[in-house]
Design a protein around this ligand. Structure first.
Ligand code: AMP
Length: 189
């Protein structure tokens, strides 16, 4: 079973993807984590990624599409995967449709975790205070840019999937357990 989790930065996609790994045995594919590994390795890709991530901007579509296409082919994705942070633009969504069709992989659901901007700012502020979890792009200025980019470039994916009848929206303002339960009920249907 293959699933896409959509939602703004701080909506809880990563937390819910980890639950789905534990409960459903699906593999979390976080493009943000892949980029952070590249940054940590000090590779050329990492240097470029750090600059873009710290500015709250998006990496080029072609690069991200190749990255996810290669990753899906790996053995640990055989039982299904959760896309967390991809697609982030309409061209990425279109390329994903094409590459999944080419690989013969169906999509079970596209789930939007909906959270107000004000709540996202509160959550990122707590993540900064609990410093062990803070990331270099966790600051209020970068968050504002990331939210702007989300509304301008990522939110148009919602009608893209809505028009195809595969979009399910859940209330991400609820507790982690409640959100997890809503996701499980979508996956059972
Ligand atoms: P995330 O951990 O998903 O919040 O991603 C952190 C940062 O990585 C984003 O703000 C972008 O700069 C970059 N990034 C992650 N996924 C993508 C993607 N699919 N397309 C472009 N940039 C991405």
């Amino acid at each position: 079973m293959n699933v896409i989790l959509l939602g703004p930065p701080g909506a809880g996609k990563g937390t819910q993807a980890k639950r789905l790994e534990e409960v459903n045995g699906l593999k979390q594919l976080s493009t943000g984590d892949m980029l952070r590994s590249a940054v940590a390795s000090g590779s050329e890709l990492g240097l470029k990624a750090k600059e873009i991530m710290d500015a709250g901007q998006l990496m080029p579509d072609a690069l991200m599409i190749d990255m996810i296409s290669d990753r899906i082919d790996e053995d640990d994705c055989k039982n299904g995967f959760i896309l967390d942070g991809f697609p982030r633009t309409v061209p990425q969504a279109e390329a994903l449709d094409e590459l999944l069709a080419g690989k013969g992989l169906p999509l079970k659901a596209v789930i939007e975790i909906k959270v107000d901007d004000a709540e996202l700012v509160n959550r990122i502020n707590s993540r900064i205070e609990e410093s062990s979890e803070a990331r270099s792009d966790d600051n209020v200025e970068t968050l504002k840019k990331r939210l702007e980019v989300y509304h301008a470039q990522t939110a148009p994916i919602l009608p893209y999937y809505g028009d195809r009848g595969v979009l399910m929206t859940i209330d991400g303002m609820s507790s982690i357990d409640t959100v997890a339960e809503q996701i499980q009920s979508i996956l059972r249907s």
